[in-house]
Design a protein around this ligand. Structure first.
Ligand code: SF4
Length: 306
C-alpha cells in the first residue's frame, strides 16, 4: 500500500514525502506545478496570487483559507500543518519568463499571499519567501505582501530594492486580549506595529525605495474601549487602513468563510457583536475623524496596490 502523503491524514498518494516538526506543526515538502495563480474575486485587480506555502502555522480562528485544505481532517487541523513548495524558485522563474515572453513591457501585479502567511515562523528556517523575493527582484513586478509577521523585517535588504511594493500588515484588533482569543498563535500587536517602524527606518538607512504601507483590520475584531483611541493613533504609521466584516459563512463544508471556531469566540463579545453593524460603523467613523492623513478603505476597495 502506498504511504500517505500527509502522515496521519490519509486520502492522497505521495509524489514525495518529507516530514519534520516545527513547534507543534507538521511540515511537508512537495513540488508545486505552478506558483502563480490567476487572481480572482477580492483581489482580481492583480494578475496573480503567490502562495509560497500551503497551510499556515498561525491557524487564526476566522481564517477562510482553511476551506482550501487538501482534505476534511486537515481543514479541521488548520494551523497544525504546512506544506512548503520545494521547487518554488525554479517554477517561479519559469512562469515569470513566460509572462514576459507574452507581455514584454508589462510587469505583472502579484499579491503574496492570499491563503497563507509568507512570513509564518517556518519561513525563519526555510527562507522560501526570501528566495522568491530574490527571483522577483529580477522581474520588477508590482508586489503586495500580506503578512502579520515581524519576520518580514529580516528581508529589508530585498524589500528596499523593489520599485512598486505595498506591505499590508494584518492587525485586526487593538486589544491583546482579543487577539489572544481569536488568533493565539500569532505575533503581538506591538510586534507588528514595530515591524513597520523597523522597515521604514531600515529602508531609509539603505536610501532605498520606501514601500506603501496598509494596515488591514480584516476582519474587524472588537477593540476594548480602553484601548481604542491609543490603537487608532498608532495606525497613523500607515498610509492606508482597510476594514472589512467577517467573510460570510454559509456552513457548507468547502466554502471559504469564517470558521465555526471564530463564530464561537464571537459569543464572548456580545457587547460588540449584538449590534455588529453599529460597532463597525462607529469604529469606521472614529478612523475617519482621528486619521485625517490616512486613506480609510473598506473591503475589496482597500486591497488594490494604488
Ligand atoms: S495568518 Fe492569514 S492565512 Fe494564516 S491563518 Fe491567519 S488569516 Fe489565515
Amino acid at each position: 500500500m502506498a504511504k500517505s502523503l500527509y502522515e496521519g491524514y490519509g486520502d492522497e498518494t505521495p509524489k514525495k514525502f518529507v516530514r519534520e516538526k516545527f513547534g507543534d506543526t507538521n511540515v511537508y515538502a512537495q513540488n508545486a506545478k505552478s506558483l502563480l495563480t490567476k487572481a480572482t474575486g477580492f483581489i482580481a485587480a492583480y494578475d496573480f496570487t503567490l502562495n509560497p506555502y500551503r497551510g499556515c502555522q498561525y491557524g487564526c480562528s476566522y481564517c477562510y483559507a482553511a476551506a482550501f485544505s487538501p482534505n476534511t481532517k486537515m481543514r479541521q487541523d488548520w494551523g497544525k500543518w504546512v506544506i512548503f513548495k520545494e521547487n518554488a524558485v525554479k517554477v517561479l522563474e519559469k512562469e515569470l519568463e513566460s509572462w514576459y515572453n507574452k507581455h514584454p513591457h508589462q510587469p505583472p501585479k502579484i499579491y503574496m499571499s492570499s491563503v497563507t502567511d509568507p512570513y509564518q515562523p517556518l519561513e525563519s528556517k526555510h527562507q522560501l519567501t526570501r528566495s522568491l523575493l530574490e527571483v522577483m527582484l529580477e522581474y520588477r513586478p508590482t508586489l503586495v505582501i500580506q503578512t502579520r509577521s515581524p519576520i518580514i523585517t529580516r528581508d529589508i535588504d530585498y524589500l528596499q530594492r523593489f520599485q512598486h511594493l505595498r506591505i499590508n500588515m494584518s492587525i485586526p484588533t487593538g486589544s491583546e486580549a482579543v487577539r489572544r482569543d481569536f488568533e493565539p498563535r500569532s505575533p503581538s500587536i506591538k510586534a507588528r506595529l514595530n515591524a513597520i517602524v523597523k522597515i521604514k527606518q531600515g529602508i531609509d538607512s539603505f536610501k532605498g525605495f520606501i514601500p506603501k504601507f496598509s494596515i488591514t483590520i480584516t476582519p474587524l475584531l472588537p477593540t476594548l474601549t480602553t484601548d481604542e483611541d491609543a490603537f487608532i493613533q498608532k495606525l497613523a504609521i500607515a498610509d492606508r487602513v482597510v476594514i472589512q466584516d467577517f467573510h460570510p459563512n454559509n456552513h457548507r463544508s468547502l466554502v471559504a468563510g469564517t470558521r465555526q471556531e471564530a463564530e464561537n469566540i464571537k459569543q464572548r463579545y456580545s457587547w460588540w457583536y449584538d449590534s455588529e453593524q453599529l460597532s463597525y460603523q462607529r469604529f469606521k467613523q472614529k478612523l475617519l475623524s482621528q486619521l485625517p492623513g490616512v486613506e480609510i478603505k473598506e473591503g475589496k476597495d482597500g486591497f488594490g496596490y494604488e
